[in-house]
Design a protein around this ligand. Sequence first.
Ligand SMILES: N=c1c2ncn([C@@H]3O[C@H](COP(=O)(O)OP(=O)(O)OP(=O)(O)O)[C@@H](O)[C@H]3O)c2ncn1[C@@H]1O[C@H](COP(=O)(O)O)[C@@H](O)[C@H]1O
Length: 125
Amino acid sequence: MPSIEGADAAILDRLWQVVEDRRNAGDTMASHSARLIARGTAKVAQKLGEEAVECVIEAATGNRSATVLESADLLYHLVVVWVDAGIRPLEVWTELARRQGISGIAEKAARPQGIIRAAGTTKLP
Ligand SMILES: N=c1c2ncn([C@@H]3O[C@H](COP(=O)(O)OP(=O)(O)OP(=O)(O)O)[C@@H](O)[C@H]3O)c2ncn1[C@@H]1O[C@H](COP(=O)(O)O)[C@@H](O)[C@H]1O
């Protein structure tokens, strides 16, 4: 794969700043981010859902290259959700770091049983 400058995880921090700047500038003619945020929180959240479904479809059908493209769409729209909600990436990084080293299976087993029963969902094994 050819290397592109800036192609690392820190791009999410930079993308967040760009989208935040676009939101503050409010130029809905020039910026897709500003235009989307101007349409309201429900629309911003809906777009994240749509992109998530598109990513799920590509992943479920084993379309690797399309899954990469849809993942980028999904992350961009997640960043727009964070900007709209006033969430800084550091808050999410902090939560991920807090979970580091804690097995997901052990964490789930330690949850209060009532919460698990209340969810009442049918899941794939
Ligand atoms: N990563 C992205 C990115 N990924 C996808 N998109 C846009 O997201 C839109 C998705 O199109 P859709 O048809 O699904 O959505 P829609 O146009 O809102 O249409 P509806 O669903 O409402 O009908 C397209 O216009 C894509 O170009 C993105 N737009 C911007 N970015 C990044 O955000 C930065 C700032 O962009 P602007 O805010 O446009 O300046 C850019 O430099 C990029 O780094």
